[in-house]
Every structure is written in C-alpha cells, then in structure tokens.
Design a protein around this ligand. Sequence first.
Ligand code: ADP
Ligand code: MG
Length: 305
Amino acid sequence: MKIGILSRNRKLYSTRRLMEAAQARGHDVRVVDVLKCFMNITANDPKVFYQNKENNAEELEFDAVIPRIGASVTNYGCAVLRQFEVDQVYSINESIAIARSRDKLRAHQLLARKGIGQPITSYASSAKATNSIIESVGGAPLIVKLTQSTQGNGVLLAETKKAAEALINAFRGIGTDFLVQEFIKEAGGSDIRCFVVGEKVITAMQRKAAKGEYRSNLHRGGTAEVTKLSAAERRLAVNAAHVMGLDLAGVDILRSAHGPLVIEVNSSPGLEGIENASGIDVAGKIIEYIENDWKSGPNKPKGKG
Ligand code: ADP
Ligand code: MG
C-alpha cells in the first residue's frame, strides 16, 4: 500500500515507529507535514498537494493515511485530512472524529449520550453560575480543566472553594473555555491508558503521577507499567473509542469508588510509553489493522457528533 503519515516531525518516536512498521510490512510510506500541504476544493477532481523542498507543488497520492495531528494544528490538519477523505483516501481516524475528541466538552457530551461513565462535569458561561457548578460537582477539592488541554497542562486542582472560585473567575476573565469536574481522589494520581485499535484494547498501562503531583501524564514525569483490565474497563474503553468514531484511540480511565470513569479519548495516542511498558509492537498492530480495514472500502461515517 501507499501510506502517508500526516505528522509535522519525522523524528518523533511515534512517527518513526509507524514508518518502520509500515516499511517492515512491505509498504511504501512517506511522512508529510500537513502545514506544507495545500488543496484544491472541487467536486470532480479533489486533490492534496505538497510544497516540496524544491518549492514545487507535488500531488499526494495515498491508499491510506495515518493522521498524527498535533493539538496546535488541529484545524488545518483536519482540513487537509478532510480533503484526503473527499478524495476517498482511507484514514484510520477521520477528521470529524479527531475534531470531536479534541474538544473535551463535546467529547464528554457525546460519551454521556451513550451512557459512558465519566466524572461529574459542569460547564457554564455566566459568572452567576459559579457557585452552582462548584456545588454540582460535589464542591472542593475539584478539577478545573481547559477544554483544549493536552499533556496535563490545562488541568488544575482547586483544593478549596476559594481557590476554585479564583480559578474560575480568572479563566472567565481571559475568555478561556473550561470545564469544572469532580476530583476523583481515590484514583490516587493514577490513571489507565487503554490503547484501542479497532474493536480491541491491544494493551493497557497504569500511569502513576510523580510525587506531589495529581496528573499522571508521562510528560509530567509520570511512570507507567502494564496493567490488566477488568472486563468492564475493557468494554468501557472500546465503547468510548467507538462513540467518538475513532479506530485508533488512547482512552484514559480513572478507577473511582463508583467504577471506571473515562476522562479522555485521545486520537493521536503516543507510542513510546505504551511500547516501552508493554514490549508490544503497537505500531505493527496499527499497520496490520489498516491493511485489513482498508480492504473493506473507503471510510464509512463512524460515531456520532
Ligand atoms: P490532558 O488532555 O491534558 O492529558 P486529562 O483530562 O487527560 O487532560 O487529565 C490529565 C491528568 O490529570 C489525567 O491523566 C489524570 O491523572 C488527572 N485527572 C484529570 N481529570 C481528573 C479528575 N477528574 N480527577 C482526578 N484526576 C484527574
Ligand atoms: Mg490525558
């Protein structure tokens, strides 16, 4: 197959591993930076072009693409991906599903619609509602989370009601979109990353936050080891990915006193942590899945949203 990896940097571990795995399985693979792509939007001959090193426009022709679109280029990256979709190119994750998962509010609403367990989450525009949203998540301590957060950067713990009010007012003052969420204390700074490919969790790891930290992101010094999932956790992860319409997803779960809760569904889950923790050739499994799924034809709309 001719496979395109849509990634800004070929040196990133995940990009490199996907490239190696595709080559090892005999595919013709190329990494393309979405910001160097442009497109012509026509009904009869839609195309994606690449502005190459010689500054010439080159048409991109792939059987399948693997989007690895960073949060800072979601909009343009999704536009390029959508153009491949218009041209009937297979993508393991579709642009609409990536856009759904990048907005935490929209993602929580879609998951709620399908009855998927998640921490109690509130959202309000009016400053007058501050007290009510604090109360609705059970009061402090609580989490204030930017809707576009990644790598734990926009996730803040307010230990007291006063701190919560101050954070909420500050974010509202600068016009940033945020959610207020029940703090799952009993998770003890740990979460579970479930790596979903198609209808299966191929492996899962428990991430533990560094000392004195409540966010378990590996980018924040968290550590990871493989964990065994319960049947309920496995089902929850697969369902969450399915609702978002993602065939490749990192579903993050907190183990709470009232069962497993989904906090996030990532559309470009990193491979480094999970391959190191599990010893599994995750990149190879992704390529193998694409080979089979591609045969079933171009993309069908998946999920809801
Ligand atoms: P990001 O997209 O920035 O990674 P997440 O929603 O995944 O944001 O949160 C980052 C980390 O913060 C999680 O992996 C988890 O360890 C912790 N966390 C997030 N939400 C909660 C919560 N409601 N209760 C307890 N810990 C949380
Ligand atoms: Mg996360």
